[in-house]
Design a protein around this ligand. Structure first.
Ligand code: PEP
Ligand code: MG
Length: 580
């Protein structure tokens, strides 16, 4: 039994057997599988070998056609090796008798083979070592890739353990089978964490070396609330798990009863609780949990479904699908926020930026690729006749940027007009407030947009100079920092003065600790991961506006984030004792 501590990013407890994904550089760990898992492991091995053989045959044919038979023959050596019964027999033996994972079996046997070749006097054989290495990588890639792909159609319950998961991989996890996951790296607002919360999968990130400590087949207990990963739990921990699971079910049932009740304070002040989504089908669940609309649709996730750039039709179909599911409720479509920790279309290693969070991402990227930007804007405008669609630009940091984005939007409107295509000419246009330079000038920006949405994830990152995805500085990433609160307060004030509605769509909106404070600062719309809606509603329904205002006033008087958090925790617990 071993307990590892990380950052709990998606609450709840879960227990199952581990699947371990190796790191991208294919460094293979000496791991064993339980004897009863050996057959499944052999089947994986056979599949990977068959896939690798198919790969090599295709490559040989292509190369032969392009460069002649002699060059193509290089691959015959690879084919010969991988078809060699004795070699494959050795792989299988390491799995069947040694109980090693297929990856480690391949690694082990190929290492032995290269040592033999290296020891030969004949230069021809010594040089073939590179081919052995090449072949080993190819089989390993299939084994590891296979595991990654298989995660969206699993036949049994698992806990996924990995060095890291891309947001796209997390989004594709089979939510009925993946009970939880833990990864070595990451922070609370990394996209992997956000997606886990949206999917209600208990998750712990930043666990250091969990991917090295866990072996496939280990029993893993994930506590996403407390940020714990227990490897092969003992009796006491199993009992504790049962108690927690029961509590979890009880709270879920209780919160589900709030679904049809309004999100209003005891003195009748109504707020709008909306949901953040990555994919339109999530809307059904969000509405089921009481969402009054979608306050943030992260459209960059459209890139995850296709190998190529999404076409205008891909955008349009997704937006119309979303609008239909919402049946009249508002939909805020955020234009592409590509780059940094999200999907990066320039992921070519030759053009990698040293500091992607401060680089050519989001609206900057769109303004550098007008055809791509226009494709999306055309689709949004065309979808705007189908329902209450609004446009939001991400990561605006200067007025010029906002004006350029609006100019491209006007161009697109003109083009559609010329083509006789209908769209809502009064479509509301808003911007994310997530860069301090914009937050500080909120009243100036307010003259040029219809709404603001505060992206606290990036606002905190840029204000405190803390990478939101880096577990080493996760302790410094804090929404309660007085500087962050001042920026939020001033944006809300600027909005109130100029009658520009303000919402918060960063993770802070769904954290019960900040509900009373945000309400008291005058926030009218909260947009969050759908599973958080019931709890936030419960807190809102437990207070009055004068009380929330008083709490906000006191909280703004502290000069350290610790004091703010302590105070808010105490006050929230007075109203809702089982909050957090
Ligand atoms: C934010 O930055 O707070 C936000 C909501 O946007 P994202 O998390 O997609 O960057
Ligand atoms: Mg952001």
């Amino acid at each position: 039994m071993e307990i590892l501590k990380g950052i709990g990013v998606s609450p709840g407890v879960a227990m199952s057997t581990a699947i371990v994904l190796d790191v991208e550089d294919l460094a293979v760990q000496p791991r064993q599988v339980p004897p009863e898992a050996a057959d499944a492991e052999l089947a994986r091995l056979d599949r990977a070998i068959a896939d690798a053989l198919r790969d090599i045959e295709r490559l040989r044919d292509e190369v032969t056609q392009r460069s002649g038979r002699e060059i193509g023959a290089i691959f015959d050596f690879h084919l010969g090796l991988l078809r060699d019964r004795s070699l494959v027999g050795q792989f299988r033996n390491e799995v069947a008798s040694g109980h090693y994972t297929a990856e480690y079996a391949v690694n082990l046997v190929m290492k032995r083979l290269s040592a033999t070749f290296l020891g030969m006097k004949d230069r021809y054989f010594a040089e073939r070592v590179k081919d052995i290495y090449d072949l080993e990588r190819r089989v390993l890639r299939h084994l590891i890739g296979q595991q990654r792909e298989d995660l969206n159609r699993l036949s049994r319950d698992v806990i996924v353990i990995a060095h890291d998961l891309l947001p796209s991989q997390t989004a594709q996890l089979d939510r009925n089978r993946v009970r939880g996951f833990a990864v070595d790296v990451g922070g609370r607002t990394s996209h992997t964490a956000i997606v886990a919360r949206a999917m209600s999968i208990p998750a712990v990130v930043g666990v250091g070396d969990v991917s090295k400590r866990v072996a496939p087949g280990d029993i893993i207990l994930i506590d996403g609330t407390r940020g714990l990963v227990v490897i092969n739990p003992n009796e006491d921990q199993l009992k504790d798990f049962d108690v927690q699971l029961e509590r979890q079910h009880r709270i879920e049932l209780e919160l589900a009863q709030l679904r049809d009740l309004p999100a209003q304070t005891r003195d009748g002040h109504v707020v709008s609780l909306q949901a953040n989504i990555e994919f339109p089908p999530e809307i059904d669940d969000a509405v089921e949990r009481g969402a009054a609309g979608i306050g943030l649709y992260r459209t960059e996730f459209l890139y995850l479904n296709s190998e190529q750039e999404p076409t205008e039709a891909d955008h349009y179909n997704a937006y119309v699908d979303a609008v239909r599911r919402l049946r009249g409720k508002p939909l805020v479509i955020r234009t592409l926020d590509l780059g940094a920790d999200k999907y990066d279309p320039k992921a070519d290693p030759a053009t990698l930026e040293r500091n992607p969070f401060l680089g050519d991402r989001s609206i900057r990227l769109c303004l550098h690729d007008i055809p791509m930007f226009k494709r999306q804007l055309r689709a949004i405008l065309r979808a705007s006749v189908a329902g209450d669609v609004r446009i939001m630009f991400p990561m605006i940091s200067t007025l010029l940027e906002l004006r350029q984005a609006r100019m491209v939007l006007s161009d697109v409107m003109e083009e559609l007009d010329d083509e006789g295509v209908k769209f809502n000419t009064d479509i509301p246009v808003g911007m994310m407030m997530e860069v301090p330079s914009a937050a500080l000038m909120a009243s100036v920006f307010a003259r040029e947009v219809n709404f603001f949405s505060i992206g606290t994830n990036d606002l905190i990152q840029y204000t405190l100079a803390v990478d939101r995805t880096n577990e080493r500085v996760a302790g410094l990433f804090n929404a309660a920092h007085p500087s962050v609160l001042l920026l939020i307060r001033d944006i809300i004030r600027a909005g109130a003065r100029t009658q520009v509605p303000v919402s918060v769509c960063g993770e802070m909106a769904g954290e019960p600790l900040y509900t009373l404070l945000l309400l008291g600062l005058g926030l009218t719309t909260f947009s969050m991961n759908a599973p958080d809606i019931p709890e936030i509603k419960k807190i809102i329904r437990s207070t009055t506006m004068p009380h929330a205002r008083e709490i906000a006033r006191r909280a703004m008087g502290f000069d350290s984030e610790r004091q703010v958090m302590h105070y808010l925790r105490e006050e929230t617990r007075k109203l809702v004792p089982d909050a957090f």
